[in-house]
Design a protein around this ligand. Structure first.
Ligand code: GNR
Ligand code: NI
Length: 167
């Protein structure tokens, strides 16, 4: 087990497009374990492989209060979406920034688990928004890119300042 380094926005590697997983082997399961440990340690409610510089379609999510309900999504696809949600989002790659983004309220997602077993999941509320946020990471998209150019510029300034303070 290992806690992985999380890339910070702006970093060009956050814009890489993840490739589908083709082999469900022990290497994949080790990645899922390390991502899960990293998500809980952060702490966060989700983590996409892109954020730890692995460009494969792998997501872990846990929106439960007890932090005991990990959902693993490999090669996820949204097969149905409805409604509009605007939950305030945060991102481990954009620390300290919280903004509302328009998302679907409900999604039906088809995916595989870490053993290659296919399943579908109906999600709403925070789980739905979190899955959409993580699937964006796999496409190389960070949630702040939905905001106005002015807001993005302010966020970049704030992050640069954070970085200088921690240096
Ligand atoms: O920890 C996280 N919280 C969160 C809150 C609202 C909507 C999405 C998220 S995901 C985020 C962790 C993260 O950065 N995942 O990519
Ligand atoms: Ni994120």
């Amino acid at each position: 087990m290992a806690i992985l380094n999380i890339l910070r926005y702006p970093d060009a590697r956050l814009h890489k497009v993840a490739l589908p997983v083709t082999v469900f082997d022990d290497g994949l399961r080790a990645l899922v374990r390390d991502m899960t440990e990293t998500m809980y340690a952060a702490p966060g409610v989700g983590l996409a492989a892109t954020q730890v510089d692995v460009h494969k379609q792998v997501i872990v999510v846990d929106v439960s209060e007890r932090r005991d309900s990990t959902v693993v999504l490999v090669n996820p696809e949204v097969v149905d979406a409805s409604g509009v949600s605007d939950i305030e989002e945060g991102c481990l790659s954009v620390p300290g920034i919280y903004e509302t983004v328009e998302r679907a309220e409900r999604v039906r997602v088809r995916a595989y688990d870490q053993h290659g077993k296919s399943f579908t999941l109906e999600a709403q509320g925070l789980l739905s928004v979190c899955i959409q946020h993580e699937m964006d990471h796999l496409k190389g998209k960070v949630f702040v890119e939905y905001l106005s150019p002015l807001k993005q510029q302010r966020i970049r300034g704030k992050l640069a300042k954070q970085l200088r303070k921690s240096a």
